[in-house]
Structures are given as structure tokens and as C-alpha cells.
Design a protein around this ligand. Structure first.
Ligand SMILES: [Zn+2]
Length: 298
């Protein structure tokens, strides 16, 4: 049994480019629990709150229930569910899962494989992160599911990820935006080297987003994180969207986030392609949270 392949195939669920990381999030959560208690069970009623928070934070913009992956992950062969009545899942109904004491855990063969081969857990984690989430979220996601991130090993897992990132992308995007954050204009350097500036993918690399300038934005670290979390987006005429779900009352939160609503992006320089509509609308549909705030008069 190739467990990495099996974990990678959860991806088929997202073939159309829809960001639907329900199953990967549950699997990551279960791997985190396995790390602490290898044979422990996750009772639906006890973990429902945790899973809901994960889905709210890292899932799709629309509301969704943890009951769905709790039941459906069984068919992927990595997860099993039983109830007070015995083995087998009662379905994806929240009420049944609660009332029948449904409890899930990693499939016995997978638990055995993880025991036999301790490095498998880290590789599986990295694979799920690479396939479903942008790199800027990997560390905090590990923290959220209680996984100890593995120290980076050269070549780790790159074998299973078929596409390779183009290392030239960062340079091309930063140049296109003249080493300034497209949202706030931040352009810090230490000596000659830019600091705190990153090349963001608009359509995530994990969802087929190409390493092209018209799929990139030069963003400061704060705005990159907020963009990948769906707080910020790009609207018509390349104007900045700020989610109504973002709340921050300090002058800093207002200045760095809410005041951006409706402002035009800064850059790219003439002669370079701005963000393509197709990538922009993927981000708005799959990542951006809720409705945008009206533009602030400034
Ligand atoms: Zn910025």
C-alpha cells in the first residue's frame, strides 16, 4: 500500500480547481492526534468544534459542516468510523453522528504503517500541505492541528509532487512590481536586499496556478498572509477588496487593512501583465471570505 499516493488521491476531489480541503484538514487533524495518542479515537461530538474552527479558518468561504469529511473520508481507505452500535459510519448527518456516539480514527493499516515507518507521518503531512495550501499557511496550519512541523530535509517529498515551482517566479514578480507591496507600497530593504517582500500566487500553485507574472503579486509579509487567508482580494479594475469579516479597531489595523478597500493595486510597471482575470476570479471565488467592505473615503 502506498499511503502517500492514497493521501495524494484525496486531491481528486478538487480536480475542478475548487478549494475544498475538508478531507485533507480532517486527515491532518487525525495525524496530529495520532502523534500524541496513536490509538485514541476522535469522538465526533468532542472534535466537532475543533473541526469547525479549522474549516472556518482554512476551508472554503461558504459555510460547511465537519460531518461531511468525517463520514466521507472512510471511502478513501485512510479513516474508519464506528458508533455505539458497532463498526461503520451512520452517514454524514450531524444528528446521527452525535447521537450514536460516532468516533473515528486512522485506518488500522495506516496506523500500523505509521508505527513501522516513523518518517511517514512527516511526509504525509508535507504532501497534504503542498497539495492543498499555499506555503505561507503551512506552519500555522501545523500548529492548529497540533502537528510538530518536521525540520526541513533537502529533497524531502519533492519526489511526490509532480510539478516543480519555478525559482525565477519570485524575481520576475518582484521586478514587475518594482519591489513594492502591491497593496500598501511597502518597499523595505537591508542594504541592497529586499526584506519582508514575497511573491504571492493569486491562483494557488496547489490548484494549478502557473508561475507566471500575471498570476503573481509582490506583497509584504502581512498582506501576503491576509491575501492567502481571504481577508484581502482583488476586485474589478484591480481594486483592493477587504472582507467584511475582518475586524480590527486599532489605528494600525485600520491603516494597514480596512483603509485599503477600493484602492487600486500599486503596479505592475508599464509593459508587464497585470493579474489575469481568470486567476483573480479563482481567488475571489475560492479564497476571499464573505462580502467586500465598501470603499473607504480617504
Ligand atoms: Zn503590504
Amino acid at each position: 500500500m502506498d499511503w502517500l499516493e492514497r493521501a495524494a488521491e484525496l486531491r481528486q476531489w478538487t480536480r475542478s480547481g475548487t478549494h475544498a480541503p475538508h478531507k485533507p484538514l480532517l486527515l491532518l487533524y487525525a495525524l496530529g492526534r495520532f502523534q500524541r495518542d496513536a490509538d485514541g479515537e476522535l469522538r465526533y461530538s468532542a472534535v466537532e468544534g475543533d473541526l469547525k474552527r479549522l474549516l472556518d479558518e482554512y476551508g472554503p468561504p461558504h459555510r460547511t459542516t465537519p460531518a461531511y469529511p468525517f463520514h466521507h473520508l472512510v471511502s478513501d481507505g485512510v479513516w474508519e468510523v464506528r458508533t455505539d452500535r458497532g463498526p461503520g459510519s451512520p452517514g454524514s448527518g450531524v444528528r446521527e453522528l452525535r447521537a450514536l456516539g460516532a468516533a473515528g480514527r486512522l485506518a488500522p493499516e495506516l496506523r500500523a504503517a505509521l508505527r513501522r515507518e516513523p518518517s511517514l507521518l512527516g511526509r504525509m503531512t508535507q504532501l497534504l500541505l503542498d497539495l492543498h495550501f499555499p506555503p505561507s499557511l503551512h506552519a500555522e496550519l501545523c500548529e492548529s492541528v497540533g502537528l510538530e512541523p518536521e525540520p526541513a530535509e533537502p529533497g524531502r517529498l519533492r519526489v511526490v509532487v509532480r510539478r516543480r515551482r519555478d525559482p525565477g517566479m519570485r524575481e520576475r514578480v518582484l521586478t514587475a512590481y518594482e519591489y513594492r507591496c502591491a497593496f500598501c507600497g511597502y518597499d523595505g530593504r537591508i542594504g541592497a536586499l529586499p526584506v519582508g517582500l514575497e511573491a504571492a500566487h493569486v491562483r494557488w500553485w496547489a490548484f494549478g496556478g502557473p508561475d507566471d507574472v500575471d498570476n503573481g503579486l509582490c506583497l509584504c509579509s502581512l498582506h501576503h498572509k491576509l491575501f492567502d487567508k481571504g481577508v484581502l482580494g482583488i476586485g474589478d479594475h484591480h481594486r483592493i477588496l477587504v472582507s467584511q469579516r475582518f475586524v480590527g479597531h486599532s489605528p494600525a489595523a485600520r491603516e494597514h487593512v480596512t483603509a485599503l478597500a477600493g484602492r487600486p493595486l500599486i503596479g505592475p510597471q508599464p509593459g508587464t501583465r497585470p493579474v489575469a482575470d481568470a486567476h483573480r476570479s479563482w481567488h475571489t471565488g475560492q479564497v476571499f471570505h464573505g462580502s467586500p467592505r465598501p470603499a473607504t473615503a480617504s
